[in-house]
Design a binder for this molecule. Structure first.
Ligand SMILES: NC(=O)c1ccc[n+]([C@@H]2O[C@H](COP(=O)([O-])OP(=O)(O)OC[C@H]3O[C@@H](n4cnc5c(N)ncnc54)[C@H](O)[C@@H]3O)[C@@H](O)[C@H]2O)c1
Length: 289
């Protein structure tokens, strides 16, 4: 049976860990050739060695436009075409209070999470036009659609990334280049451990526990993991999504539906507490729950 990405060439950024790494593995399993960029040279090279000719790695800082261009050029050099770009690299930054935001921190977050994706599209577009079309995916976040799902600057950048996706999708549509993003909810990756000062190995070792506890973070009682996002990326990258563009696909176990996971808690508990009503007794009296 053929793979869902057979014959396609993909560039993936942030591929040495978490969502990016799972995506590299899924894309290869579905038949794609992948060219991956990441800051982490040793990890990237080890992955390239493991996957052989299906994966090329280039040390890349996506905050640097020349690095982005060189990564895309590498895909063209090796394979002569580019079909898929997955702008995924990112990291978690401190949640600065508004009064303490400095220009350097602002620029860092915007360049990493927003400008990198736009410049990725800038350099991928001519090659995709030459190939007769393509699929561009960026990793945004639930932090870009709701408040307090992430740090302030990060949330602003991810929200802008969603609007950039929609706006650019219209400019790219005549060329049959589809532009979408994915909004993950809580996904157990090393990003959290590293944000709190752990090294990559320790941060990865904490992933299973994070996934286990993540089951309590949203209505669906399962912890989100990198494969959940990689699978969404395979769909958007494949021809199955040929009529899908300008979308922000939420993959969050229901986190952003606005519900509270515990039907006996949440708003009802707060209101009845204020009113001095015994919620458990009231529910029993009305035969609820
Ligand atoms: N984990 C979550 O819960 C979650 C939720 C929503 C969105 N996201 C987004 O998903 C994406 C992937 O994050 P993850 O959770 O897999 O984290 P991760 O830390 O496991 O992986 C991120 C990768 O990006 C690389 N990277 C960071 N800065 C880079 C740069 N300047 N240039 C190139 N590579 C760089 C890192 O080295 C790392 O390999 C990010 O954009 C993140 O904001 C994650």
């Amino acid at each position: 049976m053929g793979g869902r990405l057979d014959g396609k060439v993909a560039v993936i950024t942030g591929g040495a860990s978490g969502i990016g790494k799972a995506s590299v593995e899924r894309f290869i399993a579905e038949g794609a050739h992948v060219v991956m960029g990441d800051l982490e040279t040793a990890r990237g090279e080890a992955m390239a060695q493991f996957h052989g000719p299906k994966l090329a790695f280039r040390t890349t800082d996506v905050k640097n436009e020349a690095d982005i261009k060189a990564l895309i050029d590498l895909a063209i050099e090796r394979h002569g075409r580019l079909d898929i770009l997955f702008n995924n690299a990112g990291s978690a930054e401190p949640d600065y209070p508004v009064e303490k935001i400095e220009a350097g921190a602002f620029d860092h977050v915007m360049h990493l999470h927003l400008r990198a994706a736009l410049f990725g599209i800038k350099h991928a577009s001519p090659h995709m036009q030459a190939a007769g079309g393509g699929s561009i995916i960026s990793t945004s976040s639930v932090a870009g659609i709701g408040v307090n799902y992430g740090p302030l600057l990060y949330s602003i950048a991810k929200a802008a990334l969603i609007h950039m996706t929609k706006t650019v999708s219209v400019r790219m549509a005549p060329h049959k280049i589809r532009v979408n993003c994915i909004n993950p909810g809580l996904i157990a990756t090393a990003v959290f451990g590293r944000a709190f000062g752990l090294d990559q190995d320790a941060a990865e070792a904490a992933q299973p526990k994070l996934e286990e506890l993540g089951a309590f973070a949203q209505p669906l009682p399962v912890g989100g993991n990198p494969l959940d996002i990689a699978n969404a990326a395979v769909y958007l990258a494949s021809d199955e999504a040929r009529f899908v563009t300008g979308q922000a696909l939420v993959v969050d176990g229901g986190l952003t539906t606005g519900t509270v996971p515990d039907p006996n808690g949440g708003t009802a508990a707060i209101i009845t507490d204020i009113l001095g009503v015994d919620l458990a007794a009231w529910r029993a009296e009305h035969g609820i729950g």
